[in-house]
Design a protein around this ligand. Structure first.
Ligand SMILES: Cc1cc2nc3c(=O)[nH]c(=O)nc-3n(C[C@H](O)[C@H](O)[C@H](O)COP(=O)(O)OP(=O)(O)OC[C@H]3O[C@@H](n4cnc5c(N)ncnc54)[C@H](O)[C@@H]3O)c2cc1C
Length: 442
């Protein structure tokens, strides 16, 4: 047999591809990883703000829950390679890990490069070959044999693992190549959307606060109100007067119906709008919504303080310090610049004495902080999305071994699959586990 025949070729040297190679080679298989980039594991290097949130401190059910209804697909993969296993593998390579208060697991060194290097070492120690700077251009299968074509070579293999990731951060090599090959082999691609991506807003006050983080913030995403019934339309293209309605707070039942998502966590103001874990988590609903430029965020910037207690606090301050100005009214835990913007939104001059602030004014200030309504202007899209939602349909892949149900010895692992999880290390865990399981069967 020619030198270029491999038991398995893995396309993609990311989290999923490296784990597939390691588990295949651990079983004595001759495995080759082909990576398009000149560096291996680029997304590992850039992950978690270059700290790499490896996985989450929870049981298998916790990981599954982070993927919504798609999560059930992960049962076998997580049973084969649960979260403690990646921690053990890294520690065996000399990379200690730590669990943060949020449950996120990081290398103790806070260096993503330590994780990437440890994975590469493991793969090489068990005998797999990794080649960087080797974009795969074409794939085909004749009889039992796959043919893999790069710029200057044709390679053959018995098993093929497509671990090419999604199409987010396309500058990192992830340009969705795997979707086209999956389709070529007869697979269905569930439409893709950016997920875990920053949200844009046209509100100037938001952009003036760039660089500020608040934690926790409760964020709700609302879809636009449905159009009024036909009789409320005057026939001239004008909708009936909604002003009376729009000044009424929506009923709890209506609010629930219009609410797409609700999450609590850390929020970062940026020069285009919002980022940070809580925003990335709700961005999935925004990015896939057909009217994403008409959605609304309702932010509670002080969720730990109930509205009534907040009002009591402000009234007490007004009574105890009548001569103090409004600039010292808000809790000191809130950043100064944020306090100033909130006073501005409530039309309160910071030089106003507390004694001159009416209860009505205080209530409108509380509304600005606890029920801030922010118009959404879309997301930063695939360019800045941490993951891709959608991908190779799970219905056509056997969750017991990651093998295609349509083509024998064709495997899929990682983000190329129709799987996307929340912020917190869940996406790497899914890539590690699906990659490891695929490698066991090549
Ligand atoms: C900025 C950022 C931060 C993130 N932080 C975290 C985090 O802290 N924790 C977490 O759990 N998740 C994080 N993620 C998500 C995580 O990176 C992905 O879920 C994970 O990388 C998916 O692994 P994968 O192996 O399936 O795909 P990838 O890591 O994307 O790897 C796929 C590889 O395939 C290669 N490839 C593509 N096409 C070809 C081809 N034709 N030929 C050869 N090679 C090819 C690509 O170059 C790429 O290296 C982050 C993502 C981003 C973008």
């Amino acid at each position: 047999m020619s030198q270029d025949f491999w038991d398995a070729i893995v396309i993609g040297g990311g989290a999923a591809g490296l784990l597939a190679a390691a588990s295949g080679a651990e079983r004595g298989k001759k495995v080759l990883v082909l990576e398009k980039n000149s560096k291996i594991g680029v997304k590992i290097l850039m992950s978690g703000g270059t700290r790499c949130n490896i996985t989450h401190d929870c049981d298998i059910r916790g990981i599954i829950a982070a993927f919504g209804k798609q999560g059930n697909f992960l049962h076998s993969a997580l049973a084969a390679f649960p979260p403690p296993e990646i921690v053990r593998k890294l520690e065996a390579q000399g990379v200690a890990t730590k669990i943060e208060a949020t449950g996120k697991i990081f290398p103790t060194s806070d260096r993503a490069i330590d994780v990437r290097d440890a994975l590469v070492r493991w793969v090489q120690q068990v005998g797999a070959v990794i080649e960087a700077g080797q974009p795969v251009l074409r794939l085909s299968k004749t009889g039992e044999v796959f043919e893999v074509e790069t710029e200057d070579r044709k390679l053959n293999c018995h098993s093929l693992v497509i671990a090419t990731g999604g199409k987010s951060y396309p500058g990192c090599g992830t340009t969705g190549d795997g979707y086209a090959w999956a389709e070529q082999f007869g697979h269905t691609i569930i439409p893709t959307f950016p997920a875990l991506t920053p949200i844009l807003t046209g509100e100037e006050w938001v952009t003036r606060l760039k660089g500020i983080t608040l934690d926790p913030v409760e964020v709700q995403v609302y879809q636009p109100d449905p159009p009024l019934p036909a009789k409320a339309n005057d026939g001239l293209g004008h909708q009936g007067d909604r002003s009376a309605e729009s000044h009424q707070p929506p009923s709890a039942k209506k609010s629930r119906k219009m609410m797409l998502d609700q999450r609590r966590g850390s929020l970062l103001f940026t020069h285009w709008g919002f980022s940070g874990p809580v925003i990335l988590d709700v961005s999935r609903e925004v990015a896939r919504h057909p009217q994403r430029n008409q959605l609304r965020l309702v932010c509670d910037f002080l969720p730990q303080l109930k509205r009534d207690s907040f009002l009591e606090q402000l009234l007490e301050k007004k009574q105890l310090h009548p001569k103090q100005t409004a600039s010292h009214l808000l809790p000191e835990s809130l950043p100064r610049r944020f306090q100033e913007e909130m006073l501005g939104l409530a039309h309160i001059d910071p030089a106003t004495r507390n004694a001159d602030l009416s209860k009505q004014k205080l209530l409108s200030l509380i509304d600005c902080i606890k029920q801030s309504q922010i118009a959404v202007r879309g997301t930063l899209g695939f360019e800045k999305a941490e993951v891709t939602s959608g991908g190779v349909s799970l219905a056509e892949v056997d969750s017991k071994n990651m093998q295609s149900k349509l083509v024998a010895n064709l495997f899929f692992a990682g983000e190329v699959l129709d799987l996307d999880g929340r912020i917190g290390g869940y996406n790497f865990q899914s890539a590690f586990s699906t990659g490891y399981l695929a490698g066991k069967w090549v």
